[in-house]
Design a protein around this ligand. Structure first.
Ligand code: NAP
Length: 245
């Protein structure tokens, strides 16, 4: 079984890659650049872990990643669209510029769409391939100081539905995982703020999520536990999604 995980150099993606390798998958880890942690994983599993540098906002990089997967394995069983960025600076939606918007949308939204589209020929070579899109609770939660991120994640929800509808005839399922507050580099700058909110009860489960929490959901999908599901959303968020009265 072969998996491709984007944004696998650290955080959630790295944990997903490691979990899949331990389940016996061969994994292509991708990101713009390799980290020591990703290098360590590739050294520990030289026959299972392969790093390929690619920026998903660059169409030539996406093509190169697909070609690498094709030459190495011929087909792909599981694509995990995890690569994503937060805004460089949190700004009110009345202040953001088109450049701010494009930076996030080109990676999170357009990148995810075209990575998916370009991997379809390799996924359809298998009878029951799977795609997992890592969106966010921001897909439905309005944060007015990072609106472009919320829009990009809401877009991933629609990417999930579109490809789920389009690819079902090829036996390909598409599932969206919406992480809540996960302890990674992305949340490092706002960790104290989030910890305080959690303490005040913003999530019924009173802790930050860990990358492994998301990786376990991906592992269940990879196992086939969700095989009658497509276009489905998994909220992996400590219960943030519950409205309480
Ligand atoms: P992270 O630690 O910042 O890791 C992001 C990963 O994406 C890195 O491997 C990064 O590597 C890669 N990446 C960024 N821009 C890229 C590009 N243009 N092309 C290819 N790869 C790129 O973030 P994380 O917290 O693990 O987040 C992973 C995913 O979960 C993201 O989509 C994020 O939006 C989502 N998420 C996170 C949280 C959270 O609380 N942490 C919550 C909800 C959703 P390079 O920089 O080297 O490219």
């Amino acid at each position: 079984m072969v998996a491709v995980v984007t944004g696998a150099s650290r955080g959630i993606g790295l944990s997903i890659a490691e979990t899949l390798i331990k389940k016996g998958f061969s994994v292509i880890l991708s990101a713009r650049s390799i980290t020591t942690l990703a290098e360590k994983l590739c050294t520990a599993y030289p026959d299972k872990a392969f790093f390929f540098a690619a920026d998903i906002s660059e169409k030539d990089d996406i093509s190169a990643l697909v070609s690498f997967a094709e030459e190495k394995f011929g087909s792909v069983d599981l694509l995990v669209n995890n690569a994503g960025v937060a805004p460089k600076e949190r700004k009110d939606i009345l202040e953001i510029t088109p450049e701010d918007f494009d930076f996030v949308a080109d990676i999170n939204l357009k990148g995810t769409f075209f990575v998916t589209q370009k991997f379809v020929p390799l996924l359809t070579k298998n009878k029951s391939a799977r795609i997992v899109n890592i969106s966010s609770m921001s897909a439905y939660t309005a944060s007015v100081n990072r609106g472009e991120y919320c829009i990009s994640k809401a877009g991933i929800s629609m990417i999930t539905k579109l490809f789920a509808a389009r690819l079902a005839e090829f036996g390909i399922s598409v599932i969206e995982i919406r992480p809540g507050i996960i302890e990674t580099d992305m949340t490092a700058k706002v960790k104290e703020k989030y910890e305080a909110l959690i303490e005040q009860g913003i999530t019924p489960i009173k802790r930050m999520g860990q990358p492994e929490d998301i990786a376990k959901c991906v592992a269940a999908i990879a196992d086939g536990s969700f095989d009658f599901c497509t276009g489905t959303v998994i909220d992996c968020d400590g219960g943030f999604n519950i409205r309480c009265l």
